[in-house]
Design a binder for this molecule. Structure first.
Ligand SMILES: Nc1ncnc2c1ncn2[C@@H]1O[C@H](COP(=O)(O)OP(=O)(O)O)[C@@H](O)[C@H]1O
Ligand SMILES: [Mg+2]
Length: 178
């Protein structure tokens, strides 16, 4: 990658749980997938984020690239299966096969859910408390307060056909988490 084909980074001062946030511009799906993999590295560097299950709230319009991003996460976790959008089945669980602190990747597409009660029907209360689970939920706004406040927020904005702006935690924690 070089020149205009490299992701463009802006590091923001905003911190959530003292994890540095970055605004990254990607120019194709491959770069977005690579950022998903990078997120796994960031999460592993920030152990305090993993006291319970690790929850990622992944925001962005239809076609923004949320599922592409999840493919990158799955690749870094050593998931063997092909990741497809769980739009109809709502939730898919994959087993990890890499030296990572999570045993499972739980991919949820809440697009068809209405309200936090419907999260309960897919078993949320059981899997959301297990530190061995890395949970990624697309369309978290559909289930309102069902997604706990300690979830990490990632937003993908559609800029043009091939350009996306991604706001995500990036890098090592500076200092201890309060
Ligand atoms: N920079 C980019 N990052 C991610 N996807 C991109 C990018 N440029 C084009 N795309 C395309 O946008 C679509 C994103 O689809 P998908 O990940 O299923 O979206 P979502 O899950 O947000 O609805 C794919 O067809 C992908 O090829
Ligand atoms: Mg999707």
């Amino acid at each position: 990658m070089s020149g205009a084909d490299s992701p463009f980074f802006i590091f923001a001062h905003l911190r959530i749980l003292q994890v540095p946030m970055a605004i990254v511009i990607t120019h194709n799906p491959h770069e977005t997938e690579a950022l998903g993999a990078q997120l796994v590295t960031t999460l592993m560097q920030n152990q305090a984020l993993r006291a319970t299950s690790t929850i990622i709230a992944l925001r962005g319009n239809l076609g923004a690239g949320k599922t592409v991003f999840v493919k990158g996460i799955a690749g870094a976790l050593g998931v063997n299966e092909v990741i497809t959008s769980p739009t109809y089945v709502i939730q898919k669980t994959y087993h990890t096969h890499a030296p990572v602190p999570w045993k499972r990747l739980i991919h949820i597409d809440a697009y068809r859910l209405q309200g936090e009660e419907e999260l309960t029907t897919i078993g949320w209360d059981t899997f959301a408390t297990d530190p061995k689970n890395l949970i990624v939920i697309e369309w978290p706004e559909q289930v309102g307060r069902g997604v706990p406040t300690q979830a990490l927020d990632i937003t993908i904005n559609h800029i043009d056909e091939s350009t996306r702006e991604i706001n995500m935690p990036y890098g090592d924690t500076e200092g201890s988490v309060e």
